[in-house]
Design a protein around this ligand. Sequence first.
Ligand SMILES: [Zn+2]
Length: 349
Amino acid sequence: MLLVFALAAILWGVGYASGASRQARTVMLAVLFASVLALHLVLPDGHPLRLATGEDPALWLLLGGFAGLAVLYGAGIRALKRQVVSKDKAEMMDETQGPLFTTSELERYARHIVLRELGGPGQKKLKQAQVLVIGAGGLGAPALQYLAAAGIGTIGVIDDDIVENANLQRQVIHTDGRIGMPKVFSAQAAMEAQNPHVVVRPYHRRLDETVARDLFAAYDVILDGTDNFETRYLSNRVAAALGKPLVSGALSQWEGQLSVFDPAQGGPCYQCIFPEAPAPGLAPSCAEAGVIGPLPGVVGAMMAVEAIKVVTGAGQALRGEMLIYDALYGETRKIRLKRRSDCPVCGGG
Ligand SMILES: [Zn+2]
């Protein structure tokens, strides 16, 4: 029997060395197996050739049976894989316009597409999503960078500031050469340079009552990265009224906060948690109190993660919860947030 195995190994090795295909080598082994089996069936008991090749044909039949099962199993797995791949491909097609992604995009988003929680369908949702970011500063800048890189199809950004030298210690979307340029145009240039497959809509103006409603209505998810309470309360009111999820981040010195306010899904809104703006001086701005440079990057990137989860439904977004990151001591904690029945924005139902 050993003799036959040695012969099989030699055949396989010689076939491999001479460049024969796997299929051709398998056929050679099948021929060897059939010859040995034929010898056993034709030659009488005790024949030296039978003794040298394992004596009993039952052994060979058993071995053949196992090999056959293994081949069948392999073929079944391959068929299943083909089915999954073609299903994924079908889901990445737009019914009316053919393929939704170019080959270059499929390659670019490959690390998303292999994620079980996203896959092709998740990437398609990202491409079809419209996300608005309020503020292209500390929190908005990193959120914008990662939303663009992740392939969010349409990204709106509203901000009336211009790039200043003192922004560049943390707002790495902007560059020294773009000091003096409106932040929304600087951010647009950076995003389009990073990912030409996304559409960026810059709004160089302050968010106020007159435009908020129409603007928010055009987007699926709103990210609030502003540093003033007036805009925060306004964004919260309008997002809640339109039933749009609001991904909200905040910073102070060494600490960051993050939550998703989505009362349409039953969670609290921003005003449930912060019923009133703090008295002037109690919550100093970054300009007054300072902020460690990478912190907005950490919290802004987390805001992008939450937006991706809200858009695709992956995992569990931070609805009804607040994540607090203390950079100075490297600690994070999560607190549960409750809706207030007397909230003027979302209360009473
Ligand atoms: Zn509320």
